[in-house]
Design a protein around this ligand. Structure first.
Ligand SMILES: [Zn+2]
Length: 244
């Protein structure tokens, strides 16, 4: 039985998804590679062309390649403090202060119509005093803008990853555009390449606070002054993050 991706009809995938379904591609023909579930033997990833005009690529044991990908993830991202994005409703007193200012202006316009010291005048002055005091309090409060903030979950990415089931891990890889290519010549050991196609998205998924650092790094990759693999800047950013 083959572990084909069922696309929008996720029923089957929910029960049979392999870690690398939709992530693993054939290094020869570019087609998707699927898990071939075999009774009493090791499951294998094989190219979809296996069931038609075969491109000639070899297979690899699922547990071997799954472990390779998980190890690479842990090496590059495992120690990151994991977090999630959360919308924070800030404190913005601007509109309240504007209302108070409008009220004070109306008193300023009206106060001349009453004799100084009269009961109405005293009442107005009392209101002006309390509004002015309230305005001062509001002005003194720290203003926090509303927006998305990164909230640390208190666990590392490794712990987060370990807490996911296989479907959750597969979703994470696909959502973050991780791509693995596998090639195997007849009689040779398999070779593979792991691409973090959307490194920024990947980093932000692990820890959005590092998004800016990663963005800068990606610019250098584009300019040819940084290597697109190896992610040393990520390690450096993580060190800074830990110290901060
Ligand atoms: Zn192929």
């Amino acid at each position: 039985m083959e572990d084909r991706d069922t696309g929008s009809n996720g029923t089957r995938r929910a029960t049979t998804a392999a870690l690398l379904t939709g992530v693993l591609f054939c290094g020869r023909c570019g087609g998707k590679m699927y898990r071939n579930v075999r009774k009493d033997r090791r499951n294998l990833y094989h190219c979809r062309s296996n069931s038609g005009k075969h491109c000639g690529n070899g297979t690899v044991a699922c547990d071997t390649l799954d472990a390779v990908v998980a190890d690479d993830l842990m090496k590059n991202f495992g120690e990151f403090p994991h977090g999630r994005r959360e919308y924070v409703h800030g404190t913005d007193n601007g509109s309240t202060i504007a209302e108070i200012d409008a009220e004070l202006e109306s008193y300023a316009a009206a106060v001349g119509r009453f004799p100084a010291g009269s009961p109405s005048w005293k009442s107005m002055m009392s209101n002006v005093d309390s509004l002015t005091a309230r305005r001062g309090e509001l002005m003194a409060q720290p203003q926090v803008a509303s927006g998305w903030q990164h909230v640390r979950s208190g666990q590392t990415f490794a712990a987060f990853w370990n807490g996911l089931n296989e479907v959750g891990r597969n979703d994470f890889l696909r959502d973050n555009h991780v791509r693995v290519e596998l090639a195997r010549e007849r009689g040779e050991q398999p070779t593979w390449t792991i691409y973090y196609g959307d490194v920024l998205g990947m980093i932000e998924a692990v820890n959005p606070e590092l998004g800016e650092t990663t963005r800068a790094w990606l610019e250098r990759v584009r300019a040819g002054t940084a290597k697109p693999r190896g992610i040393p800047e990520v390690a450096a950013a993580m060190e800074r993050y830990k110290r901060g």
